[in-house]
Structure formats: C-alpha cells, structure tokens
Design a protein around this ligand. Sequence first.
Ligand code: ADP
Ligand code: MG
Length: 244
Amino acid sequence: MLTAENLQKAYRRQAVQVPVINGLDLEVKTGEFLSIVGASGSGKSTLLHLLGTLDAPDSGRILLDGKRIDNLPNCERDALRNRTFGYIFQFYHLLPELTTLDNVLMPAYIGHSVTGWWKTRSKWRARAMELLTRVGMGHRITHRPGQLSGGELQRAAVARALLMSPRVLLADEPTGNLDTATGDEIVRLLRELNRDDGVTIVMVTHNLDIVTATDRVVRMVGGVVTEDTMPKQSSFHAPLLAAV
Ligand code: ADP
Ligand code: MG
C-alpha cells in the first residue's frame, strides 16, 4: 500500500551534508500495524516525515497504491496530508488556546472552504464527539490542553488524527512522553483502531515493550531498515496482549 523505494535524504549543516536515509526500501501492507525501532538519531522521524509527505526525499520514490506521492503539486499533497494520513506526535502538538473539541475539529476546518464548513459543521461536530467518546475523552471536550494530563492530551491527538478517516496513521513515539501504564493504554487504543477499523499504522518507538503489540517490527540502522528478528507477541508483555 505504502512503499518507499531507494530513498535518500541528507540534511545540510553549513557546508556539510549529513546523510540520514541511504537507499532505504520499505513496504507497508494494507491493514498492517508496523513498528519502526532504532537508536536516537537513526532517522526514524525523518523516515516518517518522508512517508507522510511532510518532507521530500533527495532521491527515490514514495508510492501510495502504486501512485507516486513524493512529488505531488502542493494542492494534491495538502489534500493527501489532510485526508489520507493522520499524524500523532510525541508532544501532541495541540493548540493551547483551543478546547479539546476544537483541536479535534482542526483538520475539518483546514480541509474545507468557509461555506463548505458552514454546511457540514454539525456532522463534523458529531463525528468529533463520537471519536472523543471512543478514546475516553467525552468528558473533557471543553478543557484546554493546559488542563489535561499527558495521556489525555495524546488521546485527544489520536481523535484529531482520526477525524478525517485517514487510511494511514503515522505515529512518532506516541508513548515517548508518557508513563508505562498510560503508554500501554495509548498502544491498546491504536491496536483497537487497527483491528476494528482497518487503519494501517506505522509507529516509531524506542520502547521495545510496546512493539510486541504490533504485527511487524523493522529496525533503522545506517540509514536503511532491516526486518527485526525480535520475537513478537512473546509473553514479555502479556498484560497488554491479553487486553488487545
Ligand atoms: P530519530 O527520530 O531516529 O531520533 P531523526 O530522523 O530525528 O532521528 O534525525 C536523524 C538525524 O538527522 C540526526 O542526526 C539529526 O540530528 C538530523 N536531523 C534531523 N532533522 C534535521 C534538520 N531539520 N536539520 C539538520 N539535521 C537534522
Ligand atoms: Mg525522532
């Protein structure tokens, strides 16, 4: 479904080129829950940004359903970011002056013209409410981010990522700022969305415990990915697995 072919990406620091992605190939299958692990600085975030068209590779291609998406004109790329991909970040990136409900509605505000929004707003509000209830945040809709815990902020961010019914969720260390129990809750929620709604998920993490809840693990080393040999679904994380 989502394919990276021979990707290369370097960052420029003054006159120095720092290569980060070096001829990387990856295939994400429809409905898969894939995790990407690797040392800090190994390029995991860079790869996720490339897959989600938040950044462009220096060379190589990214394909969605066989169609190239790394070189789209801006308007098509914006539509893809708004409707096809959902993004979840370690630090949530909710807007502090908006309520939980308005934060979740943000992709719909952005994705519509003023009149388009006006005509469909009650439908979007109902959907946002339904998602907030689903992620256990139905009782926090008028709170602002400053009044929420880390776990609640990430739940709101998950609801926002789901608003436009994306086919692919890209999650960059979604539990990185949470305690173990709260992080497990978020992964359980992602697993449920993957299983019940068929959302394809690519999750970057350096928490080796939570990868046991995913279908497949790849590891970033030297700017490429290798299939991980780590035993998945071991009894190591039995409580989490039992719950999903
Ligand atoms: P990870 O997410 O695995 O920790 P990143 O993809 O964030 O790794 O970063 C990979 C490497 O690229 C690091 O060495 C980082 O310092 C560098 N890097 C990331 N973003 C930038 C940037 N915008 N400009 C310059 N260097 C960057
Ligand atoms: Mg990172």
